[in-house]
Design a protein around this ligand. Structure first.
Ligand SMILES: [Zn+2]
Length: 83
């Protein structure tokens, strides 16, 4: 098995370490929580519940998915009430 070396990715990393990441919002989780992606190296970040910016780990992604589902449900006004 051959391991491919993602040269573009490592170039982006070098670029970012010099110029800093160029983060773009990639997803609105809620009005206050967003996911970001670096245009250069593809690194993903997220807002956390306590207002910090953290590396978007699978765990955070899971949490964000969950939060966004609740958020969307809350926003929907046609939530049928069981009688
Ligand atoms: Zn970057």
């Amino acid at each position: 098995m051959k391991k491919r070396n993602p040269t573009l990715f490592s170039f982006g990393k070098v670029f970012c370490s010099i110029f800093g990441h160029k983060l773009r919002v990639s997803k609105n989780v809620t009005d206050h929580v967003h996911e970001y992606k670096c245009e250069k190296c593809g690194m993903e970040m997220t807002d956390t519940a306590n207002g910090f910016l953290a590396r978007l780990t699978p765990k955070f992604r899971e949490t964000n998915d969950y939060i966004s589902k609740i958020h969307k449900k809350r926003k929907r006004k046609h939530f049928a009430q069981a009688s």
